[in-house]
Design a protein around this ligand. Structure first.
Ligand code: F6P
Length: 328
């Protein structure tokens, strides 16, 4: 396999995440290290379909390790979901003599890679890049640590004003299907309650708990709500519901939104991206394909794409216990 790979393409796809640039840099420089040409593909699978390629050299990825977003840009390509779209993409890869691909993204990105590999035999290795941390086979995804720090920083600021005005704040964080950001940032920021997509704790129980905390002398509180949580109410409806039932609470809502996806990557994310970028190129050189490289107990490991995107990641149950104890 080592002789066969002369050119590797790299793309970022799906929701962007801080650290994606550091991953592109590591892929590009690993290619340079192993004397392989590296081709950057713009706007994910859409750029693959349109043949929007550019040669990347070790020097063309300078000064990006510290930058949020992805300089290759990202997209969610509808056309790539079709057999015809993928055939066009494969033709462009062949025309450009690209032998293998590194795709950086989340479950949608890996699903696309599975199709490309199965339909056309294209060697593909994935790198998990999403703030949601909702990928199996890796302890952490690139961007998650930065997003946690962004959320904690934002909630710290909200806490200041919540405390000054004796208010209850509901803060919505990202996580359409995963509660990792909500649970970890919530504990880190000292939230009173955390609502996540993986479990329906019941909103009546939340009323009880807020009543208890009032009685225990708390004058202000923060509830962290993951956008995909299961109460069936959006955050504004939740605020109304609490307000109607607990009339002594002065309630405000804050939706953090896309600030969670931006910003300079944390040191952890830069190191993780560097390790996985090198790991992805080396996995291709070993002849691996159809796998994602991830981090497990500090080691770079590979799992099949199917495993990476299968179901939801098990919740860290200990966090719920810790939350219950620390919010007494
Ligand atoms: O990157 C993942 C994610 O942040 C989800 O948590 C969120 O629901 C989604 O992306 C929003 O993405 P977009 O605004 O790109 O549709």
């Amino acid at each position: 396999m080592l002789e066969k790979i002369k050119k590797i393409g790299v793309l970022t796809s799906g929701g962007d995440a801080p650290g994606m640039n550091a991953a592109i840099r590591a892929v590009t420089r690993s290619c340079a290290f192993y004397n392989i040409e590296c081709i950057g593909i713009y706007r994910g699978y859409q750029g693959l379909i349109e043949g929007d390629f550019e040669l990347l050299t070790a020097r063309s990825v300078r000064n990006i390790i510290n930058k949020g977003g992805t300089f290759l840009k990202s997209a969610r390509s509808q056309e790539f979901r079709t057999v015809e779209g993928r055939a066009k993409a494969y033709k462009n890869l062949k025309d450009a003599e690209i032998d293998a691909l590194v795709v950086i993204g989340g479950d949608g990105t890996f699903t696309g890679a599975i199709h490309l590999e199965k339909e056309h035999g294209m060697p593909v290795v994935g790198i998990p890049g999403t703030i949601d941390n909702d990928i199996n086979g890796t302890d952490y995804t690139i961007g998650y640590d930065t997003a946690l720090n962004t959320v904690v920083d934002a909630i710290d600021k909200i806490r200041d004003t919540a405390s000054s005005h004796d208010r209850l704040f509901l803060v919505e964080v990202m996580g359409r299907d995963a509660g990792d950001i909500a649970l970890n940032a919530g504990i880190g920021a000292g939230a009173e309650e955390i609502l996540i997509p993986e479990e329906d704790m019941g909103i009546e129980r939340m009323l009880d708990s807020l009543t208890k905390s009032r009685k225990s002398g708390k004058t202000s509180s923060i509830i962290v709500v993951a956008e995909g949580e299961k109460s069936g109410k959006n955050i504004f409806e939740l605020a109304d519901f609490i307000g109607e039932n607990l009339t002594d609470y002065d309630i405000r809502v804050s939706v953090l939104g896309h600030i969670q996806r931006g910003g300079a990557p944390s040191c952890y994310d830069r190191v993780l991206a560097s390790k996985l970028g090198v790991g992805a190129v080396e996995a291709l050189l070993r002849g691996e394909t159809g796998v994602m490289v991830g981090i497990t107990h500090k080691l770079v490991t590979s799992v099949d794409f199917e495993v990476a995107i299968k179901g939801s990641k098990p919740l860290d149950k200990e966090l719920r216990r810790v939350l219950n104890i620390t919010t007494i």
